[in-house]
Ligand binder design. Structure first.
Ligand SMILES: Cc1ncc(COP(=O)(O)O)c(C=O)c1O
Length: 366
């Protein structure tokens, strides 16, 4: 079986987790929590990082930190995992869906302005599968209409937009350390910002707005949340982060091998890397065009029979029952990408033989 995307756990994970167990620092305070936040800020070049239980809570925390709620509209990608859209609803706001670019699969910045109303408060560009959204365009629109930008960078940790890591360009960026992500803590997330006020507010909200009085009693001036990550998981995060550059290098090498073989196969469109981008190819993704001998769904079955796991692109969220009545622009490209897109095996531990096997099966489909 060649899996779609499994973690690589070959560094100091055991050592750091054992240290937590040996010292009893297993819960949500501890040196690894602080270290993970500090190391992450250093890696990504952000002023402040706040660890959370997962990427979804990081996104909810970002919206709450910026005070987005009832009556507000948030423009968001539809071709994405559902988390950012659900979190918009959690805070009582309304998602408004923007279409995607055919070549990069991410939010089309040129189709956003037409969706802005007097209620629009924020944009959530989602950097899916490893490629960045065109952030200069997004930031220009945000400035013109005075909107917040929350980057959902959960799938693109380590990707660059020009010389900046994705997640550090908008007001707040969010990451996930779910088991399938570039680095993992089993479950986990991170909120990052270069605005110290937002960073402090996010930490405060994520720790039940707890203030410790002089007599050690707890005082909570407003409603808070327990979004904290335990020291045990942060320990794993510290170990994983030590290897991130190695993982990115391997992923880019794998994408290169895939590209070189698949670019010559009729009916396949290989992924793009825009001039402004460094793509980490979190999930190596291609399009099965109309002149390929079989459909995308048929190809998934063919690969499965050979023990190769693959997955169709995200089903657009504007077509899901809770969101069918939400406002959206023309979604032609998003719908087309869903029909044609497929994610291929992308684990760091993939071998060149595995990649060649996958490509061989695709190239020889009749
Ligand atoms: C685009 C996107 N946003 C948010 C999330 C949520 O992250 P988590 O699963 O850690 O809550 C995920 C994936 O897991 C994702 O792919």
């Amino acid at each position: 079986m060649i899996p779609l995307c499994i973690p690589e756990i070959k560094g100091n994970e055991w050592k750091y987790i054992k240290e937590c167990l040996d010292t009893n620092w297993v819960s949500s305070v501890g040196s690894f929590v602080n270290k993970f936040e500090e190391d992450f800020s250093k890696y990504i070049n952000a002023k402040k990082s706040v660890v959370t239980m997962n990427g979804t809570t990081a996104l909810e925390l970002a919206l709450r930190t910026l005070g987005i709620g009832e009556e507000d509209e948030v423009i968001v990608s539809s071709l994405t995992f559902i988390s950012p859209i659900n979190t918009i609803k959690y805070v009582g706001a309304e998602p408004v869906f923007a279409d995607a670019c055919r070549d990069t699969y991410v939010m089309d910045a040129d189709k956003i302005e037409q969706l802005i109303t007097s209620k629009t408060k924020a944009i959530i560009p989602v950097h899916i599968y490893g490629h960045p959204v065109d952030m200069n365009k997004i930031m220009k629109i945000a400035k013109k209409y005075n909107l917040f930008v929350i980057e959902d960078a959960t799938e693109s940790l380590g990707s660059l937009y020009k010389d900046k890591y994705v997640g550090t360009i908008g007001d707040i960026g969010c990451f996930s350390f779910n088991g399938n992500k570039l680095i993992t803590t089993g479950a986990g997330g991170m909120l990052v910002t270069n605005n110290e006020k937002y960073g402090e507010r996010a930490k405060f909200l994520s720790t039940q707005t707890k203030v410790v009085n002089e007599n050690k009693s707890f005082y909570h001036p407003e409603i808070g949340y327990n979004f904290r990550m335990p020291n045990l998981l942060a320990a794993m995060g510290c170990a994983q982060l030590e290897n991130i550059e190695k993982y990115i290098k391997v992923k880019r090498e794998h994408a290169n091998i895939y590209n070189n073989i698949l670019k010559g196969v009729k009916g396949i469109t290989i992924p793009t890397e825009k001039d402004y981008a460094k793509n980490v190819y979190w999930l190596y993704s291609i399009l099965i065009e109309d002149d390929f001998p079989i459909t995308r769904d048929e190809l998934i079955k063919v690969l499965e029979e050979e023990g190769i796991q693959s997955r169709p692109f995200f089903m657009p969220i504007h077509n899901m029952p809770p969101y069918v009545n939400c406002i959206h622009g023309d979604m032609t490209i998003t719908n087309e990408l869903y029909d044609k897109g497929i994610n291929l095996p992308s684990s760091v531990g993939l071998t060149i033989k595995d990649i060649k096997k996958v490509c061989d099966k695709i190239a020889n489909v009749k």
